[in-house]
Ligand binder design. Structure first.
Ligand code: NAD
Length: 344
């Protein structure tokens, strides 16, 4: 993180694609009303950057994040085909954002009430390293598809330590290590073994256990309250975090933080939602909750809590809910109500 200037803490702001600009606009207005410490540097990435500058991830955007060490990012569309690598994966790699933190908490009771879970996902290794290829046989160029997963001892130790430290710092009670060590004995067996070793250092402060990923998925449906902090590898973490978002009302409510040693990028878990872009239907809550994580990250927990409380209060009213939550509020109306609440 860069040092604060008289204008505030420099932070890169990426409006992104699809619903991104609409929800980022609400976030900027809400942060102003909150008196947030951030001095925004607006930069482009994604499809709109490709159209303007020919690059999904322009050098100026990377330079800005390198300078500020902090970004709030709208969702980015990665064009399908054409050999484009996911911008999100490129950002994670460029800044070595090894930890993906996705808290999920019930705000509007639905199928489940009182959910309060945090998923910590390894963000750089595993099957997402992108080592894939086809083997042609006969006339079929794609007769065999192969992918290599890579987990390292150092990467597993780093993410496990992050999860246990996070649990201690946030007064959590338990860490569950999720793996598939019964089948992927090397790839996730080593992850399990390493995470358990790390757990020993925290045994006086935290409970910890482990689960096979498929059993964990089922138990998250049957009895999610048994979990507290979950730490897992890249692919399993990706899948489980969307499942967990489903327990608290869907993607519109799920924030995420991508954290490395030198930079941190905060975003909503959802994508650019092209089906509702420009219609005023997008729920900005996930991005705003990501903003609350960013406030926590820069040591402003009181402001973060004030923002969360205001979001909870607006969502508790029928008139404050966007369409995905069964309400009639537009994206900007939700922002207006939140600002009224913060100023009131
Ligand atoms: P998506 O998350 O954009 O949309 C899935 C469904 O959820 C859609 O019906 C959408 O309308 C709805 N939805 C998503 N966010 C919402 C919100 N805030 N309020 C209300 N409804 C919301 O997933 P997708 O359609 O699979 O992906 C669209 C694009 O987004 C793709 O190009 C994908 O690569 C990209 N993507 C980007 C990110 C990111 O930048 N972090 C993450 C996921 C997907």
């Amino acid at each position: 993180m860069a040092n604060a200037t008289p204008h505030g803490i420099p932070a890169t702001l990426i409006p992104g694609d699809g619903i991104g600009p609409e929800i980022v606009d609400v976030a900027v207005r809400v942060f102003d009303a909150l008196g947030s410490p951030f001095a925004w540097e607006t930069q482009q990435a994604g499809l709109n950057a490709l159209e303007k500058s020919g690059d999904l991830l322009p050098a100026e955007t990377l330079d800005s994040i390198r300078r500020t060490g902090l970004a709030l990012k709208g969702p980015l569309t990665t064009p399908v085909g054409g050999g484009f690598r996911s911008v999100n994966v490129r950002l994670r790699e460029a800044f070595q954002l090894y930890a993906n933190v996705r808290p999920a908490r019930t705000i509007i009771p639905g199928r489940y009430d009182k959910i309060d879970l945090v998923l910590v996902r390894e963000n750089l290794e595993g099957l997402y390293v992108g080592h894939e290829h086809y083997v042609p046989i006969g006339g079929d160029p794609h007769a065999v598809a192969m992918a290599t997963g890579i987990n390292t001892r150092a990467g597993s130790r780093r993410i496990a330590r992050f999860a246990f430290d996070y649990a201690v710092r946030n007064q959590r009670r338990k860490v569950t290590i999720v793996h598939k060590a019964n089948v992927l004995k090397a790839l996730t067996g080593m992850f399990l073994e390493t995470a358990k070793e790390v757990g020993l250092d925290y045994a006086d402060r935290l409970e910890y256990d482990d689960r096979i990923v498929d059993a964990c998925a089922m138990q998250l449906v049957l009895n999610p309250w048994q979990f507290d902090v979950i730490v897992s590898t890249n692919l399993f973490g990706d899948i489980l975090s969307d499942q967990i978002a489903g327990l608290v009302g869907g993607l519109g409510m799920a924030p995420g933080a991508n954290i490395g040693e030198d930079a941190a990028i905060f975003e909503a878990v959802h994508g650019s939602a092209p089906d509702i872009a420009g219609k005023g239907l997008a729920n900005p809550s996930a991005l705003l909750l990501a903003g609350a994580l960013m406030l926590d990250h820069v040591g402003k927990p009181a402001q973060a809590q004030k923002l969360r409380d205001a979001i909870d209060a607006v969502l508790a009213t029928d008139s404050g809910r966007t369409a995905d939550l069964g309400g009639g509020a537009s994206t900007s109306k939700f922002g207006d109500l939140l600002i009224e609440r913060l100023r009131g």
